[in-house]
Every structure is written in C-alpha cells, then in structure tokens.
Design a binder for this molecule. Structure first.
Ligand SMILES: Cc1cc2nc3c(=O)[nH]c(=O)nc-3n(C[C@H](O)[C@H](O)[C@H](O)COP(=O)(O)OP(=O)(O)OC[C@H]3O[C@@H](n4cnc5c(N)ncnc54)[C@H](O)[C@@H]3O)c2cc1C
Length: 494
C-alpha cells in the first residue's frame, strides 16, 4: 500500500481545487481519465497501452489470450482506475468475443478459479479484479454499431468518450455518464446517470437486448428471458453473468449545451448547509433538460447547472435565485453537445482515491439533521469532496421502475463522498473521515446507496443497493450461477 502511495503524483490541495474547477465545474473532473485512441491495439481498462502477445500456452482454446503474472502485460491489465486497489489474479482472460468469454468461464470453472468481470475498471472498490482467480477482461470488446432503427449495439468495454464520439456525429444520443474512461458495461448494469438522464432516463432504461454468459459458460439472450432483462437493468454488476453485447435505443441528440457555474469560497458548515438548502429547493424545479451538481471541495463550493434546451422561460429566474446566495456566477457560451461534453471527460489517468455513495435523498429535510456535521468533517479534511447530483424527471418513471431492478426511482438526489490522497498520512485521515461520515448518514436512517458508487463500508449493502428487489435478484443468481463462480465481495448471493 505504501509503495503504491509513493508512486502516486503528489497532489496538493491547490491541485485538487484546480482539477475540480477546471472548465468551471467539478463534476467528476478530479477522478476522471481520457484516452480514446482506438488505434492502439490493446488498452487496459485504465487506458494504458499494453504490448500485443500471442495466446498463452495453457490457453483453453487457441483463441483465448490468457495473461499470467509472467506476462509483460499483466500489471497494466490487472490495474483499475483506483490505484488504492492492488489485487493479483492468477489469470486474466483478454476476450474478444462471446464465444471466448464462454470458453474462459468454463476453463475457470474447471480450474476452480473464482471469476471477476472487468469492462472499464472503474469499480470504486476494485470489484472487477480479484486475488488468485480469473479476471475476464472485456476492454477489447468495445465496438459500437449503428443499427437501422435508431438502435445501437455496443460492446461492454466501450468507453463513454468512444461511445459519444461515435454516435453524436450521427445525431444520436444514449444518455450515459460523464467520465471519458468509464465503460458502458459497468455503468449500464448498475443504472447509469448523467447530464441527460432527467429528460431521457438512466442508461439501463435504454437497454433493449443483451447477451450474457452465465456462471457455467452457457450463452443466453434476454430475448428469451424478461426476468433476466429486468435483473440486468441495475442489478447486473458482476453478480451472475458476463454481459458481452448490449443493444440500446437512442434519442435524437440535442444539438447544443450550455453550462452555468456558481461558486462560494471559505465556507463554514452553516453557510454550506444554507446554500445546499436553497439549491435542493430550486433543483427539482429545473427543467428536465438540466442537470445540476453541488460540489463542496474543502471550504470551496462549486455548483454546475447544464442545460440543452435553450428556449426555457423558468431557467433564468432559477439561476438568478441561486446566484443571489453564492459569491460568483457565470454562464458558458452555448457549444455543440459533443464539444461541451468533453468539458466533463476529466483528467488523464488512474488516481489514488476513495469514492463512495453517500445516500439518496428526496429533499433537504432528509439531510438537515446531520449535514452540518458532515460539512465540518469535509471542510477539515484535506482532499475530501462531498457531492450531490440531481436525479428526478424521467428517472422516476413508474414504467421504467417496473422494468428494471434499479430501485431508487423515488429519490431526486444522489450524493457521494470523494477523497483524493497525496500521502499515506492523508489517506488514513481521509479513511477515518469517510467512515465517520458514512456512519453519521447510516445512523440517521439513510439506507439507500448507489451500487455504482459501491463501498465495503455499507453493513447492509444488499438492501442499500437493491432495496426490496434483492430476493428477486437472488433467484436470478440461483438460476444462472448456482455455484457462485462469478463473484466479488458484494455480489448477489444465491
Ligand atoms: C471517475 C468516475 C466517474 C464516474 N462517473 C459516473 C457517472 O457520471 N454516472 C454514473 O452513473 N456512474 C459514474 N461512475 C460510476 C461508474 O458507473 C461505475 O464505477 C461503473 O461500475 C464502472 O463501470 P466500468 O465498466 O468502468 O468498471 P468495472 O470496474 O470494469 O466494472 C464495475 C462493476 O461492474 C461489473 N461489470 C463490468 N462489466 C460487466 C459485464 N460486462 N458483465 C457483468 N458485470 C460487469 C464488474 O464486475 C464490477 O463489479 C463513475 C466512476 C468513476 C470512477
């Protein structure tokens, strides 16, 4: 652990502030990487290029590329986006097709190796890697195919930036997240929200068909099993199968986007809470074409509001009300959607960080009893960020709720806790602050958490991630992976 920390770039508090305010916003900019050069023959999930190598001698099939610790690609391939995670699988199967994934699963099963699944490697807790097992790496399965009827077929290893860069020039939009190197595999299977979600819904709501390899190496299509489709929409992250192909519906892409930036400095917990209250009261009134994020980074607050429907009568009034309670306000120019989304792609490469869901909320009354205690710790702990993002709109759709295992439709906000360490001493302080904050939240009855911001600190993660849908997901697990071949520390148990 210490060794890794010594290798990490030494970020100062000033760097964090710079990173998180780049392009005027702090929507994941500090933790996000960008590398979408498709010409490279093989990429790690974290974006680093690795040299090509012929198939492993012990391969179950001439077509499966197995990588072990003696392979020069091993370290780059086992790495995820979070440098805090240091796991060493026995084998990494670098797959290029559903058939290869099925063969790799059977091989792992024969050898008694537990299987972890990796698309983009952004799991906050490194659940896409394991110690001593097999990792099925899907980073090469990253193709995007435009189908005739506004649908697209996407490989799970396709990154968000590659997706946007491929479909936006064709005037199509799949609502997804913001960070360039997050892959569509993990994002979709846990839900997936971003700046277009209030108008169109979650990424998983657009999934119309998927191919999945189960824990025994059998191949299934959701065409034959509506219950499987339900499970994959929010409950599919490394739980009972490996999704190898996804077909989505798309929307006509809005042509432009504008951003509005608000800032307040040297905040006390009282003032940060007061601005949060104003923001949480105004945010649900924003048109569905808007996304907003409240980001407290130490004592500095950034609020972002994006909007892609310029003709909107309510918006100027709401902006004015929010501007009245902060120190600075400015609006960006209106740019093309594709160009503006790049502002939120983030910076370069894997980082050493903690990031955890910190509760779903309906409004300020949910957080009022404890928010000042949290802000006190965030302001006092260097490198800590507390962020609340808007949900609502189409995400809350009753029909979508029936069709998916994503269980948090009733909430208008999701929050998260981030911490970026620059030295081991700082990390232990951040770890303590993270635990204390998550405890405060839990003690106040905030029980729902976003599986895509997983944390090993949640005591009742089954209910936190899946609510009342957990038993139904357990039935899917028993059907598709009864021997628990596919697993990670918080995977659904049969
Ligand atoms: C910097 C950063 C920015 C983010 N931004 C957003 C955002 O804007 N919106 C949002 O909703 N979320 C966001 N997230 C959270 C993100 O959606 C999750 O971390 C997601 O799980 C990452 O997917 P991945 O494929 O990149 O990661 P991986 O680590 O490869 O996978 C994550 C989990 O999904 C499982 N999994 C991956 N692929 C498959 C598959 N094909 N079949 C079955 N299981 C699979 C893995 O086993 C693992 O448990 C962000 C995360 C980070 C680190």
């Amino acid at each position: 652990m210490a060794l890794i920390l010594l290798k990490v770039k030494q970020y100062t508090r000033k760097d964090f502030i710079k990173l998180t305010t780049a392009a005027g916003a702090a929507f994941y900019l500090s933790a996000c990487g960008l590398n979408n050069d498709k010409s490279k023959p093989a990429k790690t999930a974290a974006g680093a290029a690795v040299p090509e190598k012929p198939a492993h001698g012990d391969s179950p099939s001439a077509h499966i590329d197995l990588v072990d610790k003696n392979d020069p690609r091993y370290n780059a391939l086992r790495a995820g986006f979070n440098k805090r995670i240091d796991k060493r699988p026995k084998l990494i199967a670098l797959c290029t097709s559903t058939a290869e994934v099925a063969a790799a699963v059977r091989y792992a099963h024969d050898k008694g190796l537990p299987i972890a699944v990796k698309s983009g490697g952004h799991s906050m807790e490194g659940f896409s890697c394991n110690d001593g097992g097999m990792v099925i790496n899907l980073s090469k399965m990253d193709a995007v195919e435009l189908l005739h009827d506004s649908k697209i077929k996407v490989g799970p290893g396709c990154t968000i930036s590659d997706l946007y860069d491929t479909i936006l020039p064709h005037g199509r939009l799949l609502p997804a997240g913001s960070c360039a190197t997050v892959a569509i595999g993990g994002l979709t299977l846990g839900g997936g929200y971003g700046i277009c979600a209030r108008k169109f819904g979650l990424t998983c709501d657009h999934l119309v068909e998927a191919t999945m390899v189960d824990g025994n190496g059998n191949i299934h299509s959701t065409k034959d099993d509506a219950e499987l489709m339900w499970a994959l929409k929010g409950g599919g992250t490394g739980n009972f199968g490996i999704v190898t192909e996804m077909t989505f519906t798309t929307h006509p892409a809005p042509p432009t986007l504008q951003a509005h930036y608000f800032k307040a400095r040297k905040l006390t917990p009282d003032r940060a809470a007061s601005i949060l209250q104003t923001w949480m009261e105004l945010a649900p009134q924003l048109p569905d074409s808007c996304f907003s994020g409240y980001v407290l980074n130490g004592g500095t607050l950034n609020i972002l509001i994006t909007n892609y429907e310029p003709e909107n009568e309510q918006l100027p009034q709401l902006l004015k009300k929010l501007a009245a309670v902060v120190d600075e306000f400015r609006s960006s120019h209106t740019g093309t959607l594709q160009r503006m989304l790049r502002n939120y792609y983030g910076v370069g490469k894997p980082l050493y960080f903690r990031n955890s869901s910190a509760g779903f909320f309906k409004g300020y009354t949910d957080v009022a009893p404890f928010i000042k205690d949290i802000f006190e710790k965030v302001i006092a702990t260097p490198g800590m960020i507390y962020q609340v993002n808007t949900l609502g709109g189409k995400i809350n759709d009753a029909a979508a709720e029936k069709l998916s295992s994503y269980p948090h439709r009733a909430y208008d906000f999701v929050s998260e806790l981030q911490a970026y360490a620059s030295a081991p001493s700082q990390d232990s302080r951040q770890a303590d602050a993270t635990s204390q904050i998550l405890k405060i939240i839990e003690q106040h009855g905030i029980a729902r958490q976003y599986v895509n911001y997983c944390s090993t600190e949640f005591s009742n993660w089954e209910h936190a991630y899946y609510g009342d849908n957990y038993p139904r997901l357990q039935a899917i697990k028993r059907k598709y992976d009864p021997n628990d071949n596919i697993r990670h520390p918080q995977s659904v148990r049969g």
